[in-house]
Structures are given as C-alpha cells and as structure tokens.
Design a protein around this ligand. Structure first.
Ligand code: NI
Length: 197
C-alpha cells in the first residue's frame, strides 16, 4: 500500500477531466483504489479523487465517519489487513464513475481540500443528492446523500471534472489566496544561497 503524492493547486493536472472506467477495467485498478483510500486516511481527509494523485480515472473514495464518529478507531493498517476495503472500515465508500442524477435544496459549509493547503471557504451546494456509480464489483448502485456526505460527494465529483472548490469561493478570498501563493513562491529561492557563486 502506498501513500500517493497529492497534487497541489495550481497544478494544471488538477484541471484534467477524468475518464470513466468500464466494469472490466475495475479489477486492474484495485491497487490504485486501495492506495487512494490509504492516502485519504493517512492525510486525514474525508475524501479523495483519483485526479488529485494524477490519475485521470473517475474514481473517488470517501469516509466521513471520522468527522461524525470521533471515537472510531481509524487504523489504515487494520484496513489493509482486512483485504476487503469495503468491509474493513465501515464508513468507506468507493464510487466509480459517480454521477449526480438528482439534487435539491441548498447548504453552505466551510470546505477544505487536500490539494489546496491552508485554504477554507464557505461553499454553497445542494443539500440532498442522488448519485449513480459503480461499486467495486462493477455493479451499478444509487447512493442517496445529504448533509456532509452529499457535500463531499459533490466536492469529489467536481475534482473528476477538473473543478476545484476555490473556483466557487468568493472572488476576494480567491484572489487573496492566489496573491499569498504567488508571494510565497517568489520568496522561495531557486537554490540555497550558500551554493550560489
Ligand atoms: Ni478536494
């Protein structure tokens, strides 16, 4: 199981629209799916999209239960030993080719993203959604999600379409973050000063 490198904004690869998988391509992607889940748990995230690790495939993993169940024991190692990633950690959802088929209501929540460190913003999303996806066996499933789960689904599906939540944040917050990012990059020297001649 590998901890995958998570791409960070403004990496252009985060903007690539991911391609769907056919059911018979799922078995050859199990390692990637396990690595995605492992990386999400290790990075302390509630969701991760394949796009965020540079894989242009429509795969997302979600587990919001550590946010809602503080006492739950989240050991990625336990998760690995079990072999079956769906049963090992009860809160884990793997959705392949997820697609929102209906949405209603509005909810505003302060979001964050593993690909945009140190940035949080209130984002408005649908409060209730229905998602159509393939599970690990390639079977089509319909997931009804509301509240935080629905928000995370919408956030992760956006990633698969190359959309980041900073795009939906207020223009002021976005420009402040971009300015700070630019400044920190300008400040960073190309190489250590002691090595320059
Ligand atoms: Ni994100």
């Amino acid at each position: 199981m590998r901890f995958l490198n998570i791409l960070e904004y403004p990496d252009i690869k985060l903007r690539i629209k991911a391609k769907p998988l056919s059911p018979n391509e799922i078995p050859e992607n199990i390692t990637l799916i396990k690595d995605l889940a492992y990386t999400m748990y290790k990075a302390d995230g509630v969701g991760l999209a394949a796009t965020q690790v540079g894989e242009g495939k429509r795969i997302i993993v979600i587990d919001i239960s550590r946010k809602t169940d503080k006492d739950k024991n989240f050991s990625p190692d336990f998760f690995l030993d079990e072999g079956n990633i769906l049963n090992a950690n009860k809160g884990l959802i793997v959705a392949i080719n997820p697609e929102i088929i209906s949405k209603e209501g509005h909810i505003v929540y302060e979001e964050g993203c593993l690909s945009i460190p140190k940035f949080n913003a209130d984002i408005e999303r649908a409060s209730e959604i229905k998602v159509k996806a393939l599970d690990l066996s390639g079977k089509e499933v319909i997931i009804e999600a509301q509240g935080l789960l629905g928000i995370v689904f919408q956030h992760e599906i956006d990633h698969l379409d190359g959309i980041l939540f900073i795009d939906k944040a207020s223009p002021l917050k976005r420009s402040l973050y971009n300015a700070a990012l630019k400044k920190s990059r300008v400040k960073k020297p190309e190489k250590d000063a002691s090595y320059t001649s």
